[in-house]
Design a protein around this ligand. Structure first.
Ligand code: NAD
Length: 290
């Protein structure tokens, strides 16, 4: 078997075309969706991620409000910035690029972002809403994975899903989102004993551990769908996921490449959440969108 390659780039591009139309419809009512992106300090990877988000916003007509703040910023000052953005009617989404310097209380930062502007989906309300089914914004990476599965018409209901990685931003919300779609979900992590005994049962295997080559063919069931969320920079400077792509693609029925799989979808879902936020506000204020 040779797996179908799930092309995240082409789905992201198609979705972004649709976004440009939704933004144009909002602009006809003098509403320009706005995303504030706060970058703290000089971490080069964070700067790259923020740059990509800003560029992606511009490409679909979203106005970005990027703020580059010093590494030494105090917790109080950062919270003050967020409070200002919460009150700014031009800003529909607020994103604070993680990780944060040690003097910053991340939980407090995430809780200070207004729920209706929490387009990253990390506010406790949005996280809790994943359990009860009334989240306002889903976190972008797992949301992107769900979109990829839906686009590929991969059934979720009743499927055995195994997620490798249990972080708050990927693994745990991913599990909740797929449970909400009636999958049978197992979550594995660094302390899981004999990872392979779980992964081999997966109809859909989602890997977000940050360990290159963690998943090799003998850990994968014939015909499984394999979603590789991992992004690892190798010693030679190249980017690889967590899955042995060459080997596993001979066994899986479908697989995401790295790069070009989940990555482009993450930023795409951030745009989706920002536009949705602007649309909600416009409708709430009585505008009739086409
Ligand atoms: P994290 O470090 O917060 O969490 C990693 C998780 O993997 C933990 O639960 C840990 O217990 C588990 N883990 C680590 N080693 C393991 C092992 N040997 N076996 C089983 N489980 C193991 O990481 P994160 O922020 O969730 O990111 C995970 C990966 O996904 C990273 O490579 C990151 O770069 C990538 N990522 C990609 C996107 C994207 O847009 N494609 C978005 C977010 C994160």
């Amino acid at each position: 078997m040779t797996a179908k390659i799930i092309d995240g780039r082409s789905l992201a591009a198609a979705m972004r075309k649709g976004f440009a139309e939704r933004v144009a419809a909002l602009k006809e009512h003098s509403v320009t969706p706005g995303l504030a992106v706060l970058l703290i300090g000089d971490d080069p990877a964070s700067a790259v991620y923020v740059g990509r988000k800003v560029k992606a916003c511009e490409a679909v007509g979203i106005k970005s409000f990027a703020q580059h703040l010093p590494e030494s910023i105090s917790n109080a000052e950062l919270l003050g910035r967020i409070v200002e953005l919460n009150a700014n009617p031009e800003v529909h989404g607020i994103l604070v690029q993680l990780p944060l310097p040690p003097q910053i209380d991340m939980a407090q930062v995430l809780e200070t972002i207004a729920v209706e502007k929490d387009v990253d989906g990390f506010h406790l309300y949005n996280v809790g809403g994943l359990v009860t089914g009334n989240t306002v914004f889903s976190p972008c990476t797992p949301f992107g994975v769900v979109k990829l599965l839906e686009h590929e018409n991969i059934p979720i209901e009743g499927q055995n899903v195994v997620i490798v990685g249990a972080s708050n931003i990927v693994g745990k919300p991913m599990a909740l989102m797929l449970m909400a779609r009636d999958a049978t979900v197992s979550i594995c992590h660094a302390k899981t004993r004999d990872l392979a005994q779980f992964t081999i049962l997966a109809d859909i295997l989602i890997v977000a551990a940050g360990v290159p080559n963690l998943i090799v063919p003998q850990m994968v069931k014939h015909g499984a769908v394999v979603i590789d969320v991992g992004i690892n920079r190798l010693a030679d400077g190249s980017i690889a996921g967590d899955v042995d792509f060459e080997g596993v693609s001979k066994k899986a029925s479908a697989i995401t490449p790295v790069p070009g799989g989940v990555g482009p979808m993450t930023v795409t879902m951030l745009l989706e959440n920002t536009i949705k936020s602007a649309e909600h506000k416009a409708i709430f204020e009585g505008l009739e969108l086409a």
